[in-house]
Design a protein around this ligand. Structure first.
Ligand code: GDP
Ligand code: IMO
Ligand code: MG
Length: 453
C-alpha cells in the first residue's frame, strides 16, 4: 500500500507509517521508494522524538525496512541516522538496500548549494542535500550506485566523477571546492561507504515479489509530497523525483497493478518549505519572504504570542506556525502556513489514486475562531476548481468557506471528536469523495482518532 503526502511534504507521513507498522509482522516490508535525506519524517516513541531521513518509519515495529531502487543515498547521513536508533546493531538485519539506489557524493551537495546561491531570488529553496545533482547524474548516466561499491574500480570511478564535478564547480560557478574543507567531507563519505557495505543489498523487485507471494504486506512510504513531484508538482519548485504513487512501479521494478490504492496523508491546513506558489498562504508574499529570511528565534522575538484571530492575516500565519510547531524537520527553516486548499487536494487525490485519507494536525486549529477551507479559485474573474498548468503564472484568488470551531482542545473530548469537527470532516469527505479513516489529534501515535462518528 502506498502512503503518499498530498501537499508540499511534512504532512505527517512518518507518524502514519509508524501507526501502520505497529500492526505489521517480521515478514512484512516497509519500503522508501524515492527521495533521499531531504526528507524528515518524525516519529514519537516512548515519549521521545525521532526524525528519520533515509530509513523507513518502521524502526520501532517488527517489519523489514528497505531502501528502494528509486532513492538517492548519502551514506554518511545514513550512518549518522542509525546512531539514533536504540539497539541498532540488533535491528540492522531488518534493513536492506537496493543496488540501484544512487549514491549522493559530497560534490553533489556542493553543486546543489552553490547552484542555488547563484540563482539568487530565483532559487528553488532546496534542502542542500545534493538531491537534484544526484538524480541529474543518474539520468545523465554518470551516477554511482549502491551496487557499485564492491566493484574493484569503485575508487577510480568515484575519483573520475569527483573530478568532473570539480571542473563544473570551478568553470561554471567559479567555486574552488578545496577551500571548503573538502577532504573532511570526503573522508566522511568514504566512512559512510564502508558502513553501507555492512548492509544486505537486495533487489527491490525480488524482495517485494517474494513478500507478496508469501501473502505478506508491503507499505511504500512516500517522501516529500505530490505538489513537489518533479512533473506533476509546481515545476520548477519541486524535488527531483516522482513523489506520486505512480512513481512506485518504475522506482522499485514492480508491476503497476501490484501498487494498489494509496493512503493519502494531508494536514488540516497547508505548509510549505522553500520557494514557489502557495495560493492559500496566510500573509501571502510577506509570509514567503519572511519564512525565507528569518530564523525561528527571530520570529519568536518579534511575535512572542501571535494571535490566531488577529486582523492581520500574516500574524494568523505566524500563530498557525507556532501552534503547529511548523519548523522544518530537516533544515530547521520556518514552514510557510495557510488554509486547506481543496482544488489542490482533489488534484493530488486523483493523481495518486487515493482511496483512503488520513488527516493530521486537526488539533492545531483549536485556537482559531473558525476553520477556513479554500473550496475553489477565482482566476481572471472566473470561478474554477481546476488547477492551471502553472499556478505561479496565474493570479489566483482563493474562495473560502468557513466552519464553526469546537470549544476547547480536541484532547478535552476523550478520544472522540466534537460535533463541529465531525461536520467539517464529513464536508471534506463529500467534497473529495474519499473516506477519511484517521484524524490526527497530536504528535504521538496514540493521538489519533480512527472512528470519529
Ligand atoms: P513527514 O515529513 O510527512 O513525515 O512530516 P514531518 O515529520 O516533517 O512533520 C509533521 C510534524 O507534525 C511532526 O512534527 C509530527 O510530530 C507532527 N504531527 C504529526 N501528526 C500530528 C497531529 O495529528 N497533531 C500534531 N499536533 N502534530 C502532528
Ligand atoms: P518530507 O519527506 C517538505 C522541498 C524543499 C524545496 C524543494 C526542493 O519530510 O515531506 P530538494 O532538496 O528536494 O531539492 O528541495 O522541495 N522539500 C521538502 N519539503 N518536506 C520534504 O520532505 C521535502 N523534501 C524536499 O524545501 O522547496
Ligand atoms: Mg518532513
Amino acid at each position: 500500500m502506498p502512503v503518499i503526502g498530498l501537499q508540499w511534504g511534512d504532512e505527517g507521513k512518518g507518524k502514519d507509517v509508524a501507526i501502520i507498522s505497529s500492526s505489521l509482522n517480521e515478514n512484512d516490508v516497509i519500503v522508501r521508494f524515492q527521495g533521499g535525506n531531504n526528507a524528515g519524517h518524525t516519529i514519537w516513541y516512548n515519549g521521545k522524538c525521532f526524525v528519520f531521513h533515509l530509513i523507513p518509519s518502521g524502526a520501532f515495529g517488527k517489519a523489514k525496512m528497505h531502501l528502494g531502487g528509486g532513492m538517492v543515498i548519502d551514506p554518511y547521513s545514513l550512518k549518522q541516522e542509525t546512531i539514533e536508533i536504540p539497539d541498532f546493531e540488533n535491528e540492522k538485519h531488518r534493513i536492506s538496500v537496493s543496488p540501484h539506489a544512487v549514491l549522493t557524493l559530497p560534490t553533489h551537495c556542493l553543486l546543489d548549494t552553490i547552484s542555488e546561491k547563484k540563482l539568487g531570488d530565483k532559487k528553488i529553496g532546496s534542502t542542500g542535500r545534493g538531491i537534484g545533482p544526484s538524480y541529474t547524474d543518474f539520468v545523465w548516466r554518470k551516477a554511482l550506485r549502491v551496487g557499485d561499491i564492491l566493484d574493484v574500480n569503485f575508487k577510480e570511478r568515484y575519483e573520475a566523477l569527483k573530478t568532473e564535478h570539480f571542473r563544473i564547480l570551478k568553470e561554471c560557478y567559479q567555486y574552488d571546492p578545496e577551500v571548503d574543507n573538502f577532504t573532511e567531507k570526503e573522508n566522511k563519505f568514504l566512512e559512510g561507504i564502508d558502513f553501507l557495505k555492512t548492509f544486505e543489498v537486495k533487489e527491490s523487485n525480488l524482495l517485494i515479489q517474494e513478500t507478496f507471494e508469501n501473502g505478506n504486506n508491503v507499505v511504500a512510504e512516500g517522501a516529500q509530497g505530490t505538489l513537489l513531484d518533479v512533473r506533476f508538482g509546481n515545476y520548477p519548485y519541486v524535488t527531483s523525483s516522482h513523489t506520486i504513487a505512480g512513481g512506485i512501479a518504475p522506482a522499485l521494478g514492480v508491476a503497476s497493478q501490484l501498487v494498489g490504492g494509496a493512503l493519502g496523508i494531508f494536514k488540516a491546513y497547508v505548509t510549505k518549505v522553500g520557494e514557489g506558489p502557495f495560493p492559500t498562504e496566510l500573509g501571502g508574499e510577506k509570509s514567503s519572504v519572511w519564512c525565507r529570511d528569518k530564523k525561528y528565534t527571530e520570529e519568536k522575538e518579534v511575535y512572542p504570542n501571535p494571535n490566531p484571530n488577529s486582523e492581520d492575516l500574516f500574524e494568523q500565519g505566524v500563530a498557525l506556525r507556532r501552534m503547529g510547531n511548523e519548523i522544518g524537520a530537516t533544515t530547521g527553516r520556518l514552514r510557510r502556513t495557510g488554509w486547506l486548499d481543496l482544488p489542490l487536494l482533489n488534484y493530488a487525490v486523483k493523481i495518486n489514486g487515493v482511496d483512503k485519507l488520513s488527516m493530521t494536525k486537526l488539533d492545531v486549529l483549536s485556537g482559531f475562531n473558525e476553520v477556513k477551507v479554500c473550496v475553489k479559485y477565482k482566476i481572471n474573474g472566473q470561478e474554477t476548481k481546476n488547477i492551471p498548468f502553472d499556478i505561479s503564472r496565474s493570479e489566483i484568488e482563493p474562495v473560502y468557506q468557513s466552519f464553526p470551531i469546537w470549544k476547547g482542545k480536541l484532547s478535552d473530548y476523550d478520544g472522540k471528536l466534537p460535533e463541529e469537527a465531525v461536520k467539517y470532516i464529513q464536508f471534506l469527505e463529500e467534497e473529495i469523495g474519499v473516506p477519511i479513516i484517521r484524524v490526527g489529534t497530536g504528535p504521538e501515535e496514540h493521538h489519533s482518532v480512527e472512528k470519529y462518528w
